[in-house]
Design a protein around this ligand. Structure first.
Ligand SMILES: C[C@@]1(CC(=O)O)C2=NC(=C\c3[nH]c(c(CCC(=O)O)c3CC(=O)O)Cc3[nH]c(c(CC(=O)O)c3CCC(=O)O)/C=C3\N/C(=C\2)[C@@H](CCC(=O)O)[C@]3(C)CC(=O)O)/[C@H]1CCC(=O)O
Ligand SMILES: NC(=O)c1ccc[n+]([C@@H]2O[C@H](COP(=O)([O-])OP(=O)(O)OC[C@H]3O[C@@H](n4cnc5c(N)ncnc54)[C@H](O)[C@@H]3O)[C@@H](O)[C@H]2O)c1
Length: 225
């Protein structure tokens, strides 16, 4: 079993081609759309209800026919997800010839990358893999993480991002800023947010972040003295 190098890839404007239109293809397509992919082509003899719906909405392009090598032209990512071994193998070898990143749903080692299980909480993205050894364990660990990192993390990450932006704008010393930002992350991870930040207007949120920044800075100041 090979080791894998993790990446976070920006798929906006990059073509993703999914060959096959069944349950697994639909899962891959949904994962692509959740990631912001906006150029998804699905080629399948028959498509699942979910894929048909996405095509009707214009979220993806669907071509209902057999795979052909030209489908991979201009692709960035390719998913071989048919239920026919020889077709998936052809997609893998055509993709390799073109130097593309290919995922093979029924034989990971034929492809270049595998899909991890993913949990999103706004800007927080947690991914899990067992390197293909046990997708079932991967899915279970994701469920455990979902309990540990609840929906409130989306807001926490947003607030930390805003705080960090403000701190960078102020141009404080690196070591001071790092300490303040570590402290802020520690505070937010430790307890639930007790104010309804998501009901704030942009200016209220800005004022709230500024207030928090002042408190944190005083706190760190005191400890450094
Ligand atoms: C994470 C997730 C993401 C996704 O698919 O997008 C994903 N598999 C998921 C679920 C899942 N898959 C399978 C089961 C049944 C239980 C079991 O067999 O264990 C379950 C459990 C379930 O459904 O709950 C069966 C299965 N999977 C693969 C094979 C073929 C093979 O092993 O060669 C077979 C046998 C087919 C057969 O027997 O016919 C292959 C792969 N599946 C991977 C990813 C890649 C490595 C993941 C890792 O790092 O471990 C890899 C190597 C390639 C790839 O697909 O990229 C998604 C969880 C979504 C979530 O809940 O978050
Ligand atoms: N990676 C995973 O997590 C995982 C999990 C379970 C199964 N699998 C494997 O993934 C593969 C797909 O599984 P599924 O449940 O989605 O199958 P499925 O039977 O639901 O769908 C297969 C799809 O492939 C299409 N297809 C077949 N031949 C084609 C061709 N020549 N050109 C274009 N499309 C073609 C069919 O029209 C259909 O849409 C299987 O090999 C299965 O063993 C992978």
């Amino acid at each position: 079993m090979s080791g894998y190098y993790p990446l976070m890839v920006n798929l906006v404007g990059r073509r993703c081609v999914v060959i096959g239109g069944g349950k697994i293809a639909e899962r891959k397509v949904n994962g692509l759309l959740e990631s912001g992919a906006n150029d998804v082509l699905v080629v399948a003899l028959e498509a699942s209800g979910g894929i048909l719906e996405l095509s009707a909405k214009g979220s993806i392009r669907l071509e209902q026919r057999a795979y052909k090598e030209e489908d991979l032209v201009d692709a960035f990512l390719v998913f071989a997800a048919t239920n026919v071994r020889q077709i998936n193998q052809s997609v893998a070898s055509h993709g390799a010839r073109l130097g593309l990143l290919v995922n093979v749903a029924d034989k990971a080692e034929e492809g270049v990358f595998i899909s991890p299980s993913t949990l999103r909480r706004g800007g927080l993205l947690l991914t899990v893999t067992t390197g293909g050894a046990s997708p079932a364990l991967t899915a279970q660990i994701k469920q455990e993480l979902a309990k540990q990192y609840g929906e409130d993390y989306a807001q926490k990450v947003e607030m930390l991002g805003l705080l960090r932006e403000r701190m960078l704008l102020r141009g404080s010393f690196d070591s001071f800023r790092h300490e303040v930002l570590r402290k802020a992350a520690e505070q937010l991870a430790g307890n639930n947010i007790d104010v309804e930040v998501d009901t704030f207007s942009p200016s209220q949120l800005e004022a709230y972040i500024d207030q928090w920044m002042i408190q944190l800075q005083q706190n760190v100041d005191r400890r450094q003295r």
